[in-house]
Design a protein around this ligand. Structure first.
Ligand SMILES: Cc1cc2nc3c(=O)[nH]c(=O)nc-3n(C[C@H](O)[C@H](O)[C@H](O)COP(=O)(O)OP(=O)(O)OC[C@H]3O[C@@H](n4cnc5c(N)ncnc54)[C@H](O)[C@@H]3O)c2cc1C
Length: 297
């Protein structure tokens, strides 16, 4: 189906895009990679009268390291992050970027668009929740920085006001001795995962000093599995702590039965994915180079 007719506006700067949003009102939408918005428009679930295109603004696509932080321009494509040696310094970021859909989607879709969309099945929010992540928002009143945990409010709902956009995503480098992994179970590459798990932990010897665990596609937003984190944090990693962590992660999941699988099936997947992600995260924290890819049905 074709989308309803709309007016196309090309912004020359992020500031100009904000001005356009303010002037055009509620019927205006930003266009980044178009990988969520265009399908919604074609299905006529979204029919904005005005599209403000961000794609021709220079300097909005980058991955750089400054002051012990990685900074991603809002228009940075998943594929650029996948290929970036700087982003790969935090291996869980590479796991995420490389596993999103297929190469066509990764070449167009952006990290800013993905967070702004706040799709419950989107990979970036799940992964970035295990790291110290801030979202820089630009609006008519200037810039503000929102921690990711406060940015995602609900399914498809963020802290952005209508005249605000995401300008940058900032991730703190994890401390020495850290490792992470992101694993998803998918029916095929160009679909969202059935369930996913992100684990980022810091080791001192055999003891897990700190653990962050987030679950994707099993709730209305990515879920921070706090009880599971508590079961692993401060503990020696052995069969007993692994079992307690996995059980707590399964309990934290809040899946719906749908075409991707029953709620029970997704909960079982969560247990298996968290276990595998912890195993890879531990090996990476010990300095091993470990390649992972998502698991396909
Ligand atoms: C076939 C297919 C499979 C996919 N599979 C996956 C998957 O497995 N995992 C996954 O994570 N994603 C998946 N996606 C989605 C993809 O990752 C998109 O890149 C992402 O959801 C949206 O990014 P975008 O840049 O395309 O945003 P757009 O579609 O351009 O915009 C999405 C929304 O965000 C708003 N927006 C865009 N940029 C900004 C900004 N800078 N500031 C404020 N608002 C903004 C837009 O107005 C719109 O409302 C898939 C998409 C397709 C088509």
């Amino acid at each position: 189906m074709y989308p309803r007719a709309f007016h196309y506006h090309r912004a020359g700067s992020m500031k100009e895009a904000v001005t356009m949003l303010t002037q055009l009102g509620d019927d205006a939408k930003l266009l980044a990679g178009g990988q969520s918005l265009i399908p919604l428009m074609k299905l006529r679930f979204a029919s904005p009268r005005h599209l403000v295109d961000l794609n021709f603004i220079s300097g909005t696509s980058y991955v750089k390291e400054e002051n012990n932080e990685l900074r991603f321009g809002a228009l940075t494509r998943h594929a650029e992050i996948e290929a970036s040696p700087t982003a790969t310094k935090i291996p869980i970021l590479h796991d995420c970027a490389a596993g999103i859909a297929d190469v066509q989607v990764r070449n167009r879709g952006t990290i800013g668009g993905s967070l702004a969309e706040a799709d419950p099945s989107g990979d970036w929010a799940t992964v970035l929740m295990t790291l110290s992540t801030e979202v820089c928002c630009l609006g008519t009143k200037g810039s503000r920085t929102v921690p990711l945990r406060d940015f995602i409010k609900d399914a498809y709902t963020t802290a952005l006001t209508h005249d605000e956009l995401v300008s940058e995503v900032v991730v703190k480098n994890p401390p020495q001795g850290s490792g992470g992994a992101y694993l998803a179970f998918k029916r095929s590459a160009p679909v969202y995962p059935t369930a996913s798990a992100a684990v980022q932990l810091t080791l001192e010897g055999d003891v897990c000093q700190d653990a962050a665990i987030a679950l994707g596609c099993v709730g209305l937003t990515a879920i921070k599995a706090k009880e599971a984190e508590a079961a692993l944090g401060g503990q020696r990693i052995n069969e007993k702590t692994m079992a307690a962590t996995i059980e707590a992660a399964r309990a934290a999941a809040d899946p719906q039965s749908d075409m991707r699988g029953s709620a029970d099936y997704k909960r079982a997947l969560v247990g298996a994915l968290v276990k595998r992600a912890i195993e890879v995260a531990v090996r990476r924290a010990r300095g091993e180079r470990v390649e992972v890819s998502h698991i396909y049905a």
